[in-house]
Design a protein around this ligand. Structure first.
Ligand code: NAP
Ligand code: GDP
Length: 303
């Protein structure tokens, strides 16, 4: 049986594709910023298709501190993977973009035809432009070659095996790590910003399941948004995390820290129509799984 290659297979999303049909790659198998790496990995594994999850990923502060790295690493990885997949005759490829790519000022809800209508939010413009170009590359190659490639656009993802880096990581893994430490030390629990911004969180296993459904069923041109379309405030998830940890200490909001975009509600009508019976993991259940995973794997978790 020919297999499906998962780039970024050691990451939050990539590791959620579970089964014998997958070959999981990490940066230890090859640096995808180097074209020769993906070329030889495709030659070695001869896959049926590729799910391209690998990326340089980070939260609001990481993106602000290292825009050059976010631009370079992502543009190189995407350019190389998509180009070599095409050169090697790979017929199917899924490219992971993000709702960060949308213009900062745009009419809500976010939908794929609005991606290029204005500049992205300043906090992650370099990552966003690199991701936009990945989607453009996919479209250009589809127009020129007979390729069944498409882009998925997930909202904020969380789950086991995330990067729990408190400085440069995403909000939920950072908060889980900080809450774990605050509970041990009895110190105040500090949340960045006002807690008012809204996000649509999606559990990593739901992202993997929906992506595989689309891999089999979707032949369209437009990118597909992967989202629950349920907005939750940062304050609300903080309270949920505190409840799961049974945290009794003080919770403080530090408005000198980055606030990020206020909201980015998205239109999930394509997956709703294609998979009307799909059951999204409830936030409370997903958070419990993520927190349990973090506590059980504290020593090996990426921090
Ligand atoms: P992640 O947990 O940070 O994992 C990143 C993966 O990429 C890891 O497997 C990493 O390998 C690999 N990688 C990084 N640099 C590489 C390089 N130079 N060469 C080869 N492999 C490299 O990321 P994630 O959260 O799973 O994100 C998966 C995809 O979803 C990304 O494209 C991301 O942009 C997109 N996305 C994520 C979110 C989110 O909230 N997390 C939201 C929207 C979209 P190592 O483990 O060896 O470092
Ligand atoms: P974004 O969705 O791309 O903006 O990225 P993040 O995952 O970094 O989420 C940022 C939102 O969470 C902002 O409103 C931050 O102010 C808020 N936030 C609260 N505490 C934290 C934290 O410890 N880390 C991060 N990254 N964001 C936090």
């Amino acid at each position: 049986m020919k297999k499906i290659l998962i780039t970024g297979g050691s990451g939050l999303v990539g590791s959620s594709f579970i089964g014998e049909e997958f070959i999981h790659l990490s940066s230890k198998d090859g640096d995808l910023r180097n074209k020769e790496s993906i070329k030889s990995l495709i030659e070695k594994t001869n896959p049926e298709g590729i799910i391209h999850c690998a990326a340089k990923v980070g939260g609001v502060l990481g993106n602000t501190k290292y825009p050059g790295d976010f631009y370079h690493d992502n543009i190189m990885m995407n350019t190389n993977v998509i180009e070599e997949a095409k050169n090697k005759g790979i017929k199917k490829l899924v490219f992971f973009s993000s709702t960060c790519v949308f213009p900062d000022e745009v009419e809500y809800p976010l939908s794929p035809e609005k991606i290029h209508l204005g500049p992205p939010h300043q906090s992650n413009y370099a990552y966003a432009y690199a991701k936009r170009m990945g989607q453009v590359q996919i479209q250009a190659y589809k127009d020129q070659h007979d390729l069944n490639y498409f882009t998925v656009i997930p909202t904020n993802i969380y789950g086991p095996n995330d990067s729990y880096d408190m400085e440069n990581g995403h909000v939920l893994p950072s908060l889980i790590h900080k809450m774990y430490l605050a509970r041990e030390s009895g110190e105040d629990f500090i949340v960045w910003g006002s807690g008012n911004p809204l996000r649509e969180f999606i559990f990593s296993e739901d992202v993997a399941k929906l992506t595989m459904n689309l891999y089999r069923d979707y032949n369209g041109n437009a990118p597909v948004i992967l989202s629950t379309s349920n907005e939750t405030s940062i304050k609300n998830v903080v309270l949920m995390i505190a409840d799961i940890f049974d945290f009794k200490g003080n919770i403080k909001f530090d408005t000198s820290k980055p606030e990020g975009q206020y909201r980015k509600p998205s239109d999930n009508s394509v997956i709703r129509q294609m998979y009307p019976d799909f059951k999204f993991t409830q936030m409370r259940e997903g958070l419990e799984k993520s927190i349990n995973w973090f506590i059980e794997n504290y020593k090996i978790a990426r921090k």
